[in-house]
Design a protein around this ligand. Structure first.
Ligand code: ATP
Length: 368
């Protein structure tokens, strides 16, 4: 019986439990044994009871649970060969040679590296006398498939990462709440949302809440952004608006690459010589990550989980490590490293201050 293991890694995102549920049940449906690796790569390296066999009913009700019930962790040991050797030992000992990983680009890079190294890791286990060649024979090829779980929607090559629409919905709910009090006191609010390298949440929250002004890393405002923001806000106020909402991604920068902080924006809006608005800062923080997944993320988690199981069973030594994506409403398999490389290019384009390239690689339509 083929054994398939599922794990979540990197930052948690709503929908990860839906992924685990779909993978466990699809694996069982296709006659395989399903395993969960708890605590991300930490569980793979430590093994033991962190790798557990799962039954159909073990994931009952998981679609409506937030976070990841099998845990996630950052694992320094997996960056080292000795950690990956321990991981290989644990998989072989359990008879697992198919792994599905749901995580961000770091986790997926680690997965690709592990798969590429697998033959040499097995050789080392054999040379150490831990397993015989005959024992290792059934596990000569490790198949890994990635799923992108992230609230930031920061992987190039997919229209949506699992969790991003839940985080966006949460941000919109929070801004609705803020707006009521902002209106009452005629105040301005600077709302900081997650996204160190990716402004999708800030951009889409701006669209979805009708914010007055936004700041994102991929497309910094021209050098006169202070005057521009103040004149937009002033214009809106003159039209009778009693509330001002400015949304800032964590990674907001100016065209010289310097961070634009919520305090800087607040000071500008509050400046008594300028707009003189009663201004407050709200940093949404981890409320964006927690909570249950919206319907779209549950659907994405389920359809992509099903596809991941099919892909990991169909993979051969000649196929690339796949990542499951959604493109124009179709669930697609893509070479994982191509998506990771394109994502890295965005960070490089931001560093080079090539804003058009940064936006083009994000697959998001955007006009000034
Ligand atoms: P997020 O988008 O939430 O940051 P991520 O998957 O990118 O998620 P990372 O912290 O980069 O998060 O990676 C998670 C774990 O994956 C690391 O703690 C490490 O164990 C493993 N990992 C990441 N990159 C590599 C790599 N190049 N080689 C081996 N393992 C890696």
């Amino acid at each position: 019986k083929k054994k398939i293991a599922i794990m979540t890694s990197g930052g948690d995102s709503p929908g990860m439990n839906g992924v685990v549920r779909a993978c466990v049940r699809m694996a069982i449906h296709l006659g395989c044994d399903a395993y969960c690796i708890y605590e991300g790569y930490e569980g793979l390296v430590r093994g033991g009871d962190l790798i557990r066999k799962m039954e159909w009913q073990d994931v009952r009700g998981w679609l409506s649970e937030g976070g990841t019930l099998i845990g996630t962790a950052r694992c320094m040991a997996f960056y080292e060969r000795s950690g990956r050797l321990a991981a290989a030992r644990n998989l072989v000992a359990q008879g697992i040679d198919a792994v599905i990983i749901c995580g961000g680009d770091g986790s997926l890079t680690g997965a690709d590296r592990f798969r590429a190294e697998w033959p040499s890791l097995l050789k080392e286990l054999e040379e150490n006398g831990e397993f015989t060649a005959a024992q290792l024979e059934p596990y000569r090829h490790l198949n890994i498939v990635g799923l992108v779980g992230s609230i930031d929607n920061d992987l190039s090559g997919t229209d949506a990462t699992i969790g991003c629409y839940s985080a966006l919905a949460r941000i919109c709910q929070c801004i609705d709440l803020i707006e009521a009090t902002a209106y009452s006191h005629s105040r301005a609010f600077v709302v900081e949302v997650m996204g160190r390298h990716c402004g999708w949440l800030a951009l889409m929250a701006g669209v979805a809440t009708g914010a007055d002004f936004i700041f994102i890393p991929e497309r910094p405002r021209p050098d006169n952004w202070r005057e521009e923001m103040c004149s937009v806000v002033e214009h809106h106020r003159k039209l009778g608006k009693r509330k001002t909402i400015v949304i800032l991604a964590e990674g907001a920068i100016d065209r010289q690459g310097n961070r634009i902080s919520p305090e800087m924006v607040k000071d500008l809006l509050a400046d008594p010589k300028g707009l003189g608005l009663d201004t407050r800062i709200t940093t949404l923080g981890h409320v964006q990550r927690g909570g249950t997944a919206v319907a779209y993320d549950r659907m994405l988690a389920t359809l992509q989980g099903v596809e991941a199981v099919k892909a990991v069973l169909e993979a051969t030594p000649d196929t690339p490590t796949w990542v499951i994506t959604i493109n124009e409403n179709k669930i697609v398999r893509k070479p994982l490293m191509e998506a990771v490389q394109a994502t890295k290019k965005v960070a490089q384009a931001i560093k080079r201050q090539d804003w058009d390239e940064a936006m083009a690689l994000r697959d998001t339509e955007f006009s000034e």
